[in-house]
Structure formats: structure tokens, C-alpha cells
Design a protein around this ligand. Sequence first.
Ligand code: ACO
Length: 423
Amino acid sequence: MLKKAKLEIDNIQYELPIVAGSEGERGIDISILREQTGCITLDVGYQNTGSCLSSITYIDGDNGILRYRGYPIEELAEKTSFTETAFLLIYGELPTAEEKKAFSQRLTENSMVHEEMLRFFDGFPVTAHPMAILSTMVNALSVYYPQYFTIDFATETFDLMVVRLLSKIRTIAAYSYKHSIGEPFVYPRHDLKYCANFLHMMFHSPVKPYEVDPDIEKTLNMLLILHADHEQNCSTSTVRLVGSSMVNLYSSICAGICALWGPLHGGANQEVIHMLEEIHRGGISVCDCIEKAKDKENRFRLFGFGHRIYKSYDPRAKILKRQCDMLKNKFQLHDPLIDIALELEERTLQDEYFISRKLYPNVDFYSGILYRMLGIPADMYPVMFAIGRLPGWIAQWKEMHDTKPFKIGRPRQIYVGPTIRHL
Ligand code: ACO
């Protein structure tokens, strides 16, 4: 097998090592490039750039494969809870029965947010987007838990930061929703599991008690598991880059939340529902919507379609589509948006534009529909994505800090501005 790549610049040949991953992926190690040749590489949008070696998540985009720590996503979504998957991502192995019990207990113990922090909510207008509230509050955690402000790699310190973040993000998310609808906060309950507790904090009210349906709870577990990591995407790379400056974990995660918010990334699920609602209202037909997405003069895109890595059906979308059918049948739901979504998918799968560009529904296409079935409002969808992605961000942040030699992230550029000129 080829172990070196040859590069010729100005008639001088250089040999660059080829690095192979455990699944046979290959990369050319260019770390000596600038020092020896004076050149850098140029790769706008990092389409061909590997930024790290990682043993957390494996994706084969051509064959629709996604695995966390070696386990297929289909098995994890069916057989584990979100907190077990979170443990797997962060610590490398699924928890033993004892570890699972201890982890659950610590999540419960850390589920409340500091009472003083609740006053922050009063400062936000009710119209504030919950992603803005979430990112602000997560960053604010560093103020309330300053003893962990500097990076301390003692296991105990890190473990406590992990459970704090995982548990509190869910409480903050539910409170930001309650704030937006003007209802009192519902405190977490010690007897409920992670997802059931979140649903309780979201939907319970003193005048209308909320009973958690087991299929709804299972669906939420599944959604969060499917979002839990996706290797070096925009928000995860942001968490690594920001974290590489040695800033604390809370602030690194806050940056990840902001990166996730954009409509080309985690904000797409909210845009999908807006698009389907617009079609339903008669503002635009399915066919016109597809034509508009194909029109190169127009910046509009079919939200929930296409992916940087998947050039076949997103395996996460496949799982969620099945779950959609299950809930639809169980609760006899007749949501016109589902019919519109199915029509959109059917038409695009036969459309030359989408076929030739290998554009298939991505995870966000069906996650928005499922969150709607769960009763979660559209502007909370990116927040749900952030709760799900948190264990992945933490795992990647930890892996980056554990990697030797440690380097601050710092890409280079090719300068194309004016050459020297004088006043
Ligand atoms: N609708 C219409 N055309 C599309 C779409 C889309 N959703 N996605 C890609 N294309 C077209 C592009 O216009 C381009 O066409 P061209 O070759 O004629 O210029 C071609 O397909 C390739 O697209 P790129 O933008 O180069 O692909 P890239 O890998 O950079 O982008 C992305 C991936 C951002 C996800 C893109 O497909 C997109 O914008 N999708 C819609 C937003 C979305 O659903 N985002 C969620 C992604 S999943 C996630 O983050 C969890």
C-alpha cells in the first residue's frame, strides 16, 4: 500500500507521509509543507482538510454509515438511552450497570440551575430566540461555577463539569420555553429520567398536569442520540477551535451553540417547518418550491436536503422517518405538513437536479416534523439539537485537550489585497 505521496514544486520533489485510519480512510500529512516548501494548502470550506485524528465518530458518507465509538447508530438509537450514549461518547465505552446508576444520580443531583441565574431570564424579552438565551446562559455557567474556570484535567473536575452541563442545559432549555410563553418555571423532578424530566419541565403546568407517554419519551431519546455527534462539522470544529485557546469548557460550548444556530447547520430543522408551513398556507406550491431551490439566481435552498458528507440517504433521516410513521399511526395524527414533506421527498428523489448532486433528505428534514409531533415549537428545534449535540462537543473538546502535542488552532490564508502602498 502507498505510504508516501509525492509532490513536485518548482522541479523539487517532496515526499509526504500518508496517514491511514482504522477504517482505511487515508490522508496526506502536510505538517512539514510550509517549513520545507514555503507553500500552504488552500481549501475553502475545508472540504478536503482533516483537522485531527479522532476515535469518536466514524462516517462513511457514500454508504450512509454512522457509528459512535464503533457502534452503528441504528443499534444505539434502538437499544440505548441518550445518557448511555452520552457516556459512551465522552468516556469511550458504554457504562456498566454501576456506572450508569452513578451517572444518572449525578445528573439528577445537578439538574437545578443556580437560583440567582433565574433572574437572568427576566432580562430577556419574551420574543428572544431560545438559542440566544441558551448560549448566554451556558456561558454564564462559567460565572456561577468559577472554580472550574481554568482548565483542570483532574478527572473529578472534568466529570463534574460533564454532568453539570448535560443536566443543566436541559433545565435552561425548558425554562427558556416557559419564559417565552409567560408560564412559571417547572423544577426538575428527581424521580424522572433525563428525557421524561425534560418533557415534564417543558409541558407540565399547575393547571394542566402532563403525563409522559413512553413512546414520546423513546422518540426524544432517539432524536437526541441521532444528534449526539457528527465528527468535525461546523459547530464541533468551532468548539475545538475556541477550546484550543485554552478557554473553559462552558465558553467553548457556548461558541458551538452559536455556530449550530445558523440555517445551513442546526437551524435547518426550524427552516424546514417554516418551508412546509409556507407550502401548506398556499404561499408556494411543492413544485415551485423545488424550482426555486434549483434556480441559481436565487439563494433559496430546500432546507433539510443535502449534506457535506452524506452523498446517499442520511442514516439518521431513515430512522426518524420510521419513527414518524410509528407516532403518526399510534396517535392517529393527520398533520398536513407530513404529507407535504413526503411529496417533497418523492419529487426530489425523481428530479435530475437532486439526483445528479446526490441531494437526499438529511436528519433535519424529519427531526423538525418529529419535534412538532412532540409538541415542541419550531424555534426550540435548534435548542433540541444543541442538547443532543452536547455530549459530542464535550467528547471532542476532551479529545483535543488530550492530544499531544497540543496546538492552538490557527489556519492560514493566501493574501490577495493591495501590495504595499504609502499615504
Ligand atoms: N437545495 C438546493 N440545492 C442544493 C441544496 C439544497 N438544499 N444543497 C446543495 N445544493 C446544490 C448547490 O447549489 C450546489 O449546486 P451546484 O453544484 O450547481 O453549484 C450543489 O448542490 C452542492 O452544494 P454545496 O453547497 O457545494 O454543498 P455543501 O456540501 O457545501 O453544502 C449543505 C452542504 C450546507 C448542507 C447544503 O446541502 C445545504 O445548504 N442544505 C440545506 C440546509 C440544510 O438542510 N442544512 C442542514 C445540514 S445537516 C446538519 O447540519 C445537521
